[in-house]
Design a protein. Structure first.
Length: 190
């Protein structure tokens, strides 16, 4: 037997905990925790945010942003930048304990404590029927701290330990263990 739920309780999982990095007009770094976002094509990411956000203003100004992945080790700081607005808390990054450096390819910050970062050039903004803003960016660079690379130089998610947002329990969970091989295991049924 199945139980029906109100569509407002929709669960889609996993929802990555994305940290969006931007600079304001003074070059001050800002970070925002976004759960409603992800990769939408090979070189593009999309994030959904509200109308009145420091992040939205900064992206409009600089035409650039970074997307980093919160990890098991950064859960407290990642949650903090999701519950406090950069419009109201100018020392947001310092309180989170993060250190920003300029990204190589775009005018946006990379946070040293977040080991995997996508550098994005702003492409477009769309208003959703629900009144949210969807921002689409083109990934122009990806950088990773060597501590999360495997012996072949590829990103190893077991070393990264990215977290996901569990919207059903209002919790953060670590992305789990490897359970199969993509584009291979299904060939057993051919």
């Amino acid at each position: 037997m199945r139980k029906n739920f109100d569509p407002k309780k929709t669960v889609v999982t996993p929802l990555p905990v994305l940290i969006i990095g931007t600079y304001d007009e003074n070059g001050t770094p800002n970070a925002m925790n976004v759960a409603w976002g992800g990769q939408c094509s090979e070189y593009h990411v999309a994030i959904n945010i509200g109308h009145v956000r420091k992040t939205r203003d900064n992206i409009a100004l600089k035409k650039a942003f970074t997307v980093s992945f919160a990890t098991k080790d950064t859960v407290v700081a990642a949650d903090y930048v999701g519950i406090v607005s950069g419009l109201k808390e100018p020392k947001l990054i310092e309180k989170a304990g993060w250190h920003a450096e300029k990204a190589e390819k775009v005018d946006a910050p990379v946070f040293k404590e977040l080991p995997l970062t996508l550098e994005c050039r702003f492409l477009r903004e769309e208003e959703t029927p629900e009144g949210e803003i969807r921002i689409v960016g083109e990934v122009v660079n990806m950088s990773a701290d060597e501590c999360i690379l495997d012996e072949k130089g590829n990103v190893d998610l077991s070393k990264l330990q990215p977290i996901m947002f569990d919207s059903a329990a209002l919790a953060y969970r670590v992305v789990g263990e490897k359970v199969g091989n993509a584009f291979k295991d299904g060939t057993q049924l051919k």
